[in-house]
Structures are given as C-alpha cells and as structure tokens.
Write a protein that binds this ligand. Sequence first.
Ligand code: AR6
Length: 185
Amino acid sequence: MSATASRTIEHVTIECCQGDITRQPDMDAVVNAANAELMPGGGVAGAIHRAAGRGLAEECRPQAPIRPGEAVITGGHDLPNRHIIHCLGPIYGVDRPEADLLARCYHNALSLAEANALTRIAFPAISAGAFGYPLEPAAEVALSSVRQFGGDDMRTFQNLRHIRFVLFSAADRDAFSAALHRLAG
Ligand code: AR6
C-alpha cells in the first residue's frame, strides 16, 4: 500500500492518496469528472454512474448540458456519499485557456460544497484522463486552486475541513503529493 500525503493548512487538511473515487465512504461528496451531458461515460464518470445507479442519470438530465469550468450538485444515490458534484473540465488543447477553466472547476466545486455546508470532499484528477491534460500541470492547478479558494488564513473555508485528492495510480498520486508539498512546505 502506497503512502498518502497530507498537510494541514490552518483548519483545513488536504490529502493526496491512491484509490477509487467511488469508494470514499467517509466523504460528504465526491466530484465527478463529467461530460457536458452529465451522462455515463468512461473513466470517473462511468465508474460513478455505475456505482450510483440509474437514478443519478435521471437527476442529472434536467441540469445538462454544462460548459467547461461549470459544476452542478446532485444526490449521491447508491454511492456512500450524500452528494456528487459534477464538473466539466477542459479538453486539453481545445477548450482555452485550459488552466483557467480547470481552476474554475475546482473553485465552483468548492463553492457548491460550502453552500451546502459540506465538511469533507474528494476530487479525482479532473481532465487528466480522456481530456488529455498533462498530469503535473493538472496537479499544480488543482492544489493551487484549493489554496487560492481559501484566501488569507483559509478563511473562505467555513465548513470544509477535509479535501482529498483520489488518484488512480501511484505515479499520479506522487505528482499530486509533490504539488501539495510545494504549496504547503
Ligand atoms: N477513481 C479515481 N480516479 C479515476 C477513476 C476512479 N474510479 N477512474 C479513472 N480515474 P477521466 P477527464 C482517473 O477520463 O479527463 C469520460 O469518458 C484517470 O486515470 O475520468 O476529465 C467522461 O464521460 C484520470 O487520471 O476524466 C468525459 O467525456 C482522471 O481520473 C471525459 O471522460 C480523470 O480521467 C472526462 O475526461
């Protein structure tokens, strides 16, 4: 079992671990790396819809389509989490400026979590699979977006206390951990 990296900045713990986003029972919400139609697909979206059951697609349908950078929230259905937050990341090299659009995904997901008084949220590496975003810059954007959202003393985090990045491979986990260490020292 590989190591999990964890840092606490003020009152917020940020963690990078290897695992499956559909198996995070201690989180209030998990984030879906969605498609614009909010329908099942490959990767994270496929795994989340499979685990959540058909009720998820029913709840998603009226909220679609969404645009790159946007996020919407639904119930967790058959997942062990109360909520799923669906983000549409940028397709690398197509949706520009990609770093801004990716940062907006994280910002909008965190805003929705705060608005719903969630304390624990888990993210996958949005855009880093089928959408082709290179992993290291994707990790940099992900971690710096969390830090920027927090602002001075992380005071924007009124409810969230635990933010977990769940990476599929050990190599991806290590890239996110390195970005976390650069951010938090
Ligand atoms: N748990 C954690 N991480 C995962 C899992 C999982 N179960 N499955 C894949 N990953 P992707 P995107 C990793 O392609 O790039 C879909 O088909 C994966 O290794 O899921 O935003 C949708 O329908 C990669 O590092 O999301 C969209 O059309 C990361 O999660 C499109 O792909 C994201 O990979 C979205 O593409």
